[in-house]
Ligand binder design. Structure first.
Ligand code: 0GY
Length: 295
């Protein structure tokens, strides 16, 4: 089927020719946060989506994986596909043992449907609280989904903005599985690492041994822009304290970037600034994602 571009007029496409990273990734490194978009029309976008992206299918993702030096991908269902997980599941099936997935599901999902996704490589669901991306889902609905997926030994990926964390804490404490927070809960980096908002997140990781963090997306969190120096102390604070519960990913194809499009090779070169020892790098890029997604 021939691809058709239907993206929003102001959509920024992923970098067409990223640099070859200077940093050599450890053997078996996992890109633990990336997406596929379409390609349209083979995999249509959801009617309820809040944005229409460029096509960014599995072939482009796997080519980038090999080019940057990653061995594996964790493909997170993007909100532009709603609860239609076909593009992500198809990519997982094509990737075989080199791919795992995170789905987005509704309360009516059956155990058989979950099992079928599990067999394709899906290992979790994503609960999204970012208002510009999704309509609100009642917490009871999420809790009913959590109960179902727990039986498959899956985990839950949560996406929220820092300002919403306080209100979400009682809910997060009710979740029965490992919880992975996207992009450190999106701290406001202008407030500094010692601000109560970021300390609240660190305190929660201290309190809940089941809580993990993705140390991802400096390009989203930065105020200064490349080379994202303002975000480094936040990543270091998390990696230094919780090196067994952190994950890293490119976030390719970088949905909703408005200021600039990052070079994925430059993002890989950023890793040694946030995980400064080879032990931390091995855990962040290999041991932790392998334990969570491939064990
Ligand atoms: C990300 C971030 C964003 C979008 C999505 O599923 C999505 O649409 O995750 C965003 O706009 O902040 O993790 O890719």
């Amino acid at each position: 089927m021939t691809d058709l571009q239907v993206m929003d007029p102001d959509w920024l496409e992923f970098h067409p020719g990223p640099k070859k990273p200077g940093f050599t990734l450890p053997k078996g490194a996992v890109d633990a946060h990336c997406h596929v978009f379409g390609p349209y029309p083979e995999f249509p976008f959801a009617p309820e989506r809040k944005y229409t992206p460029c096509n960014a299918g599995k072939d482009r993702l796997f080519a980038l994986r090999d080019y940057l030096g990653f061995e594996r991908n964790v493909i997170v269902q993007a909100t532009c596909h709603g609860r239609d997980n076909n593009a992500m599941v198809d990519a997982c099936r094509s990737g075989g043992d080199k791919a795992r997935g995170i789905a987005s599901v509704g309360p009516s999902i059956s155990v058989d449907e979950l099992r079928e996704m599990d067999e394709a490589g899906v290992r979790g669901v994503r609960f999204n609280f970012v208002k510009r991306l999704v309509d609100t889902t009642p917490k009871e609905v999420f809790l009913s989904i959590a109960e179902k997926i727990e039986k498959l030994n899956w985990h839950i990926v949560v996406y929220f903005e820092a300002a919403d964390l306080e209100e979400l804490i009682p809910f997060l404490k009710q979740l029965p599985t490992t919880i992975v927070v996207d992009h450190m809960g999106r701290p406001d980096v202008t407030k500094g690492v010692n601000h109560p908002d970021f300390q609240r997140f660190i305190d929660l990781m201290d309190e809940l041994p089941t809580l993990w963090s993705k140390v991802t997306c400096p390009e989203r969190l930065t105020v200064w822009g490349p080379p994202y120096k303002d975000v480094i102390p936040f990543y270091q604070a998390i990696v230094d304290r919780f090196e067994d519960r952190v994950l890293w990913g490119t976030d390719w194809p970088h949905p909703n970037m408005k200021s600039h499009m990052p070079d994925d090779g430059t993002l890989v070169d950023y890793i040694p600034k946030i995980a400064r020892t080879s032990t931390q790098q091995q855990k962040l890029l290999v041991d932790n994602p392998m334990r969570l997604y491939w064990a």
